[in-house]
Design a protein around this ligand. Structure first.
Ligand SMILES: Cc1ncc(COP(=O)(O)O)c(C=O)c1O
Length: 357
């Protein structure tokens, strides 16, 4: 007897590829990194431990980058280079959890699926406010929260928060002595508005090379804030956990910072075209959808999203992520970080599935 296990999990899909698989799944750019990384590899011969907070040359360039891209002046010592934004988030949350066990962390819902898990791993409690921000609710809930995480442009909705809303959240959290963690990994992918980065004493900013420079597998990100004590705490934790971030990856990241801005803008145009293309497809399928203003995700309303994601994977070789994983039951997340021909093929398969429902 054959037992068919049709259960899907995020772990099954991250990095999964195959000749006939169309993946609208994991959020990583299909575009090449901006230069031939082989050249960097050939000439690299550092193999001893590096500085826990990151290599000086990279941090010095990051300081300039943070000034020009995020409009924030920050001391080089208050930047810590990490194994992707993932480690940066974990370190920031670990640092917050040292305040007291059971601290509350306010998340906007739908959320990036690792946020609640990271909060819980660090013995804290996630509390939620709608991603369609209600400032009164943020005010009330941040009074009893030690931290809040915001993510604009957002995963999984692709939505962006207006500058005045971000400013208001920054003021409210500051008044409530609540740390504001701003996850800006999609900062270079905004299609309608300029990116705005919250600033202030209570703000901890997180960024990554994964999405902007197509460098997901190299695992380089960073975290910075104006709070010396907070950053010293993060460094202390990293010294006893992962220690330095991979030196070769840091060298590649350093090279990325010299890439002309036009390259990033060109990539953004590619993603904008794909966004418009997949949006048209979803409209044709008569599914309810908000047009995303950033990142590379769409989140149409589909009904039984878990069953749909399972059926699409097992019967149509199409990977999609059910909204349940992001606190968005009834919705399906599709990443459009794949070429137009693949988007077309995947959407044709999804259409034939919907047609027989
Ligand atoms: C919102 C958000 N934050 C953080 C990450 C993790 O990024 P990194 O590859 O830099 O660890 C992701 C990856 O998909 C993400 O979508």
């Amino acid at each position: 007897m054959t037992v068919t296990n049709r259960v899907i999990t995020p772990g099954m899909f991250i990095g999964k590829e195959g000749p006939d698989i169309i993946s609208f799944g994991s959020g990583q750019p299909d575009l090449e990194p901006p230069f031939d990384i082989g050249d960097v590899l050939l000439n690299f011969n550092k193999f001893k431990y590096g500085k826990v907070g990151g290599e000086d040359e990279l941090k010095s360039r990051l300081r300039e980058y943070v000034k020009s891209e995020f409009g924030q002046g920050v001391e080089q010592d208050y930047i810590v280079v990490t194994n992707g934004a993932s480690e940066a988030l974990d370190l920031a949350l670990r640092r917050i959890s040292l305040r007291s066990d059971g601290s509350r962390v306010l998340l906007t819902k739908p959320y990036y699926y690792s946020y609640p898990e990271l909060v819980k791993i660090n013995h804290m409690v996630p509390v939620y406010t709608d991603a369609n921000i209600d400032l009164e609710d943020v005010k009330e809930k941040s009074e009893t929260a030690d931290a809040m995480i915001i993510n604009s442009p957002a995963n999984p909705t692709g939505s962006t928060l207006e500058k005045d809303v971000l400013r208001a959240i920054q003021e409210i959290t500051e008044d409530n002595s609540c740390v504001l963690i701003s996850d800006e990994v999609y900062h270079s992918l905004t299609y309608e508005t300029e990116h705005y980065s919250p600033k202030g004493e209570n703000v901890v900013t997180i960024n990554s090379f994964s999405k902007t420079y197509s460098l997901c597998g190299y695992r380089v990100g960073y975290v910075f804030s104006q709070d010396a004590d907070f950053m010293a705490g993060i460094l202390g934790i990293k010294a006893h956990s992962s220690m330095n971030t991979n030196l070769l990856s840091q060298k590649v990241a350093l090279e990325c910072l010299s890439v002309p801005k036009e390259h990033i803008m060109d990539n953004r145009e590619i993603f904008r075209m794909r966004r418009d293309h997949i949006y048209r497809w979803i409209k044709e399928l008569n599914l309810e959808i908000e047009k995303p203003g950033g990142a590379f995700y769409v989140l149409p309303k589909v009904g039984d999203s878990m069953k749909m994601a399972e059926d699409l994977f097992f019967d149509y070789n199409v990977i999609t992520y059910p909204g349940e994983w992001f606190g968005a039951e009834g919705y399906l997340r599709l990443s459009f970080a794949l070429p137009i021909e693949k988007i077309d093929e995947g959407m044709r398969r999804i259409k034939s599935y919907i047609d027989i429902l």
